[in-house]
Design a protein around this ligand. Structure first.
Ligand code: MN
Length: 205
């Protein structure tokens, strides 16, 4: 198990075939204001890859973009809505097709309102992850070991949870509904970017 750190882009050919787990760290929650600092990726093997972007980056990253935009590769996220907006705004690509473990959790784990990554990893896999570095400064010249570990752990368990959640969706008869939600996610992210972050445009009011 190793965490690989890269500046500005992935090396070529670091991933095996199949789905890729993806997460992002930014300077904050307002995408247009708070720049994209780190993209974390895993192919479900024992290694994670972190791509760090410096202040003033041009976000060229051709290898990273090729992986994210690959229409044959499923991208696994937890709360894809946020990451898709950051990826589209800063990298200019739409990271589809998508599977979101948070949406799959909400559509299947109707017995709880705890759908955070930490809760999901604990219940489905019996593992503990720390969220201590979540609100740390991702924009500095170097990332601490604690930040690297945290960033990597956010993509480490998405493949295992994806496998379980696919079964749960099937069991509860909600696979097609989940798929339709996943297909809408890029539009949901664009609504966030375009100025409808909180307004539910499906509601009567
Ligand atoms: Mn994260």
């Amino acid at each position: 198990m190793a965490v690989h750190f890269h500046e500005e882009d992935l090396p070529e050919g670091v991933f095996g075939p199949g789905p890729i787990a993806v997460d992002t760290e930014t300077m904050g929650l307002i995408t247009a204001r708070d720049r994209l600092c780190v993209v974390q990726l895993s192919d479900g093997g024992s290694d994670e890859h972190l791509v760090r972007f410096a202040p003033g980056s041009d976000y060229a990253a051709p290898n990273l973009k090729a992986v994210l935009a690959d229409p044959l590769r499923l991208k696994l996220f937890h709360f894809a809505r946020f990451d898709l907006a950051a990826i589209e705004h800063y990298l200019g690509v739409t990271a589809t097709p998508v599977f979101c473990t948070k949406i799959a959790s909400k559509l299947t784990r109707t017995y709880t309102d705890r759908h955070g990554l930490k809760d999901l990893v604990r219940e489905l896999l019996g593992k503990e992850i720390s969220k201590q570095q979540q609100s740390s400064d991702w924009g500095g010249a170097d990332l601490s070991d604690a930040q690297r570990d945290y960033a990597a752990s956010d993509v480490r368990y998405l493949h295992a949870m994806h496998a379980i959640l696919v079964e749960r969706l099937e069991r509860e008869g909600r696979t097609a509904m989940a798929q339709a939600c996943f297909e809408f996610l890029p539009t949901r992210a664009r609504l966030d970017l375009a100025g409808w972050p909180d307004r539910d445009i499906f509601s009567h009011d």
